[in-house]
Design a protein around this ligand. Structure first.
Ligand SMILES: CC(C)(COP(=O)(O)OP(=O)(O)OC[C@H]1O[C@@H](n2cnc3c(N)ncnc32)[C@H](O)[C@@H]1OP(=O)(O)O)[C@@H](O)C(=O)NCCC(=O)NCCS
Length: 228
């Protein structure tokens, strides 16, 4: 049976190989989502290691998941449930960094889908979300607070900084460096050895053939500057 690896933000070792799989018979971890990403909901609700108690969001997103309030409700909710963990599901890298500060490192959970592949020698930082179908190849490094969406691929020796987002199907070839808070759009390809600057945005479907400076948006094939 596939099992989810459920990881505490602070206490997990950096090497994914050392992460403990929580036995399905162990008490489950109470978890709230921050932001409603239906694909993340689908990932966590099927884990027997998690008790999904609700969602924090700006407004009640509706549906069957109980609404716990906006971010300001966190202190009161946690006072009632001291062990409650949160999983940051929002896509925006800078927003995720702010939320990590607000909710606190000790409350953040990392989830690595059992249907992801993290190769030998690869590292995944704390507070990161690794969706189904993700591949992190040999000696690649993923920073903290990252979101690797469905079917994203990170090839050997690539370096992904903190709070980066890889949208579905994004592909980083070998030895690519992605600096903190960068966003790689769906199905974008970054060719080997290139560097994506801090906070840069890569449009969906782009093929990046040159280094991208910090803070800019590029798109197209080959990728060209959209915003200065
Ligand atoms: C690149 C991106 C960030 C630009 O967003 P934006 O700043 O709002 O840009 P706009 O939608 O105003 O488009 C500006 C121009 O860029 C073009 N453009 C937008 N996205 C593009 C893309 N991915 N590839 C090529 N051209 C693109 C538009 O056609 C428009 O061209 P025009 O001025 O000739 O009409 C966005 O379109 C994108 O690709 N985001 C990633 C989406 C994604 O992967 N989502 C995953 C969700 S899980």
């Amino acid at each position: 049976m596939l099992r989810y690896r459920v990881l505490d933000y602070e206490s997990i070792p950096f090497q994914p190989q050392a992460l403990a799989c929580r036995p399905v018979t162990a008490p489950s971890t109470a978890l709230a989502l921050v932001g409603l990403d239906k694909d993340v909901l689908d990932l966590v609700r099927t884990s027997p290691a998690l008790e999904l108690v609700g969602v924090f969001d700006l407004v009640d997103p509706g549906g069957e998941l109980p609404y716990l309030g906006d971010d300001e409700a966190w202190a009161a909710v946690r006072a009632e449930r001291p062990g409650l963990k949160v999983l940051l599901t929002v896509d925006g890298p800078a927003q995720r960094r702010r939320l990590a500060d607000h909710y606190g490192a000790d409350a953040l959970l990392s989830v690595v889908s059992p249907a992801a592949h993290v190769a030998a020698g690869a590292k995944v930082g704390p507070g990161s979300l690794i969706q189904r179908g993700v591949t992190v190849m040999t000696d690649a490094t993923i920073g903290k607070g990252c979101k690797l969406n469905v079917n994203a691929t990170v090839h050997h020796d690539a370096r992904v900084g903190d709070f980066c987002t890889l949208a579905p199907g994004a592909l980083l070839l070998g030895r690519v460096t992605v600096e903190d808070e960068a966003y790689i759009g769906a199905a974008a390809v970054v060719l080997q050895n290139l560097r994506i600057g801090r906070g840069a945005t890569i449009g969906a479907g782009a093929v990046v053939t040159a280094d991208v400076p910090p803070g800019v948006t590029v798109a197209g094939v080959p990728a060209r500057l959209l915003t200065p």
